[in-house]
Ligand binder design. Structure first.
Ligand code: LR7
Ligand code: MN
Length: 525
């Protein structure tokens, strides 16, 4: 083994006084404000400043103490670096490539594959070829139509010859010693997927900033990626050090190393995902559930320009594209937990997005003998709140303290009995009041209610309650039917009639306790 190589061609920069040198912030001169402003949209960051900064600027070594003394193996696998871009700004693309060339041990870089995802900008054509012809390791793969990030990465992976694939965005700066610690993890176990700590290159002043330690990649419903700090008490209890590997439920998506053969065994990315977004969820679930691990390696650090908006167009609308990708991922990987996804993105359920053919992905999951999403939650992401239903137990009327019961295929209103299974209902993420296969439903005539076979995608079976009903003043404890009402106009609520103890749907009345209901237990708001 050897001490990690602190290779950095920029340690003695050509011009120490150049703007942005050492990752310092740069200010736009007063007389250039207009120009800087007008060029912002070329990349949705300060393109004017980026162009002033040397493409091989130095940045400070932000690694935690101890990283530079770590030992890595002499026989690390070599890697192909794959960088996809569409209409990337010249200076940031060059800076990305130079940071790899300048701060990676050359023998570990098999090649740098730049995948041009059908860019329209002139500087990315002959000018780029000419510039990169000086660097024999840099190869440019030109796609002849827009593939989108996900399929562009697959195209890059197809031609890559290294044992490991390392994906990077096209506006990054790799820091000193970034590569060996990633490859060390993959060498340790071929099913490890290693991510660097992603630091921040300011979109405004182009400064290189470090980030808080102990961050995990996580998601919240409906599958929004985020970072979350490991709680201080957990750090103390387990004596976690700044240099310790962090296991992540999900990766950010852009920056990681994965063994090429393992990536291909996993079927790479689902090729049915479109353009951009959600692929990080897909790969993360697939890796964890099918025997691998996602790790953040604190001694590997790469800066990335975070932008508020994509500077390129989407073939279809962006939100629609991402939502469709996520729904596809949910359908393939989430098992019964996909109800949580749809419950938090209910409009997707109603619009019945066309997720395409899922069979190849389901077959893959079977062939790989992947574990269940429940296993993933228990073992990889136990701190995610994921109750399978929103509420459960008896469904009690507030005014009469009586409960709804299923008798055969009809409904009755009875004295509450916690031991009677026929009085147990779930309030589901799909907004159903459900007992087994049967769901509470307005029967259509004269305000009657009855039972119907449950059907998640049907709005006529859905009820609003608690947080969902709270938008309508005074109705939070009510059960508001989502069925389109003909007569009477306005929202209709479930009511236990005071006299005959019968159930019916009547016009919602905030003050009426006969319309207020409580489930035995609430698992989510
Ligand atoms: O159609 C496209 N074709 C491309 O080649 C769209 C994009 N791209 C390129 C693009 O030029 C860029 O180099 O793909 C790369 C990623 O696109 P960005 O930079 O617009 O994405 P992002 O940084 O906003 O988004 C993050 O989420 C994406 C979801 O699909 C990808 O996984 C990105 O790689 C990912 N970036 C990171 O993980 C860096 C840290 C961000 C965070 C959190
Ligand atoms: Mn990016």
């Amino acid at each position: 083994m050897h001490r990690v190589l602190s290779m950095d061609a920029t340690l003695a920069p050509r011009d120490p006084r150049a703007p942005g040198q050492f990752g310092h912030p740069v200010a736009v001169p007063d007389d250039k404000q207009e120009e800087a402003k007008s060029r912002w949209k070329e990349g949705n960051f300060n393109v004017y400043l980026s162009d002033l900064i040397p493409v091989d600027r130095a940045i400070t070594d932000t690694r935690p103490a101890g990283c530079s003394e770590q030992q890595v193996h002499d026989d690390l696998p070599s890697t192909s670096i794959i960088m996809c871009f569409v209409d990337e700004v010249w200076s940031t693309l060059l800076r990305s490539v130079h940071s790899v060339l300048g701060r990676s041990p050359p023998h570990l870089v098999q090649e740098i594959i730049l995948v041009d995802d059908f860019s329209t900008k002139e500087h990315l054509k002959e000018q780029l070829d000419a510039y990169m012809s000086r660097f024999p390791k840099v190869k440019i793969l030109r796609l002849r139509e827009r593939h989108g990030l996900i399929r562009a990465r697959l195209a890059g992976a197809q031609v890559a010859t290294g044992a490991v694939l390392t994906f990077l965005d096209s506006h990054v700066e790799c820091n000193v010693g970034w590569l060996e610690p990633l490859l060390e993890r993959v060498r340790l176990r071929r099913t490890k997927v290693a991510c660097p700590v992603i630091e921040v290159i300011s979109d405004k002043d182009m400064s290189y900033m470090t980030v808080d330690n102990f961050q995990r990649g996580i998601f919240t419903w409906p599958m929004n990626f985020g970072w979350r700090q490991i709680p201080q008490e957990v750090i103390e209890k387990n004596k976690i050090k700044e240099t310790d590997i962090i296991r992540c439920p999900v990766m950010a998506g852009g920056l990681f190393s994965i063994e090429k053969k393992y990536f291909s065994e996993l079927g790479m990315y689902d090729p049915g995902l479109d353009v951009w977004g959600g692929e990080n969820m897909e790969l993360s679930f697939k890796v964890w559930m099918c025997g691998g691990e996602i790790e953040i390696v604190p001694c590997s650090r790469v800066g990335h320009i975070f932008r508020n908006d994509n500077p390129y167009s989407f073939p279809k609308e962006r939100v629609r594209t991402v939502e469709r990708n996520l729904a596809r991922v949910a359908e393939v990987w989430l098992d019964e937990y996909k109800e949580l996804f749809y419950g938090h993105a209910y409009h997707l359920l109603l619009s019945a997005v066309d997720v395409g053919d899922l069979r190849p992905q389901s077959r893959l999951r079977e062939q790989l003998r992947c574990k269940t999403f429940r296993w993933y939650l228990q073992n990889v992401y136990p701190d995610l709140e994921a109750p399978l239903v929103k509420a459960s137990g008896l469904l009690m009327n507030v005014a009469l303290a009586g409960c709804i019961a299923v008798e055969g295929t009809t409904l009755a209103f009875r004295e509450c009995d916690v031991n009677n299974p026929n009085q147990k209902f779930n309030y589901t993420w799909l907004r159903l009041v459900q007992h087994g296969e049967l769901c509470l439903a307005p029967a259509g005539v004269l305000g009657a209610v009855g039972l119907r076979r449950c059907q998640g995608r049907s709005r006529s079976l859905a009820w609003l309650h608690r947080s969902l009903a709270a938008a309508q003043p005074g109705l939070a404890e009510h059960l508001i039917s989502e069925q389109q009402q003909q007569q009477p106009p306005g929202p209709a609520c479930l009511e236990a009639a005071p006299s005959r103890r019968a159930l019916r749907v009547k016009r919602c009345d905030p003050g009426n306790p006969h319309q207020k209901w409580r489930f035995g237990r609430y698992h989510a708001d």
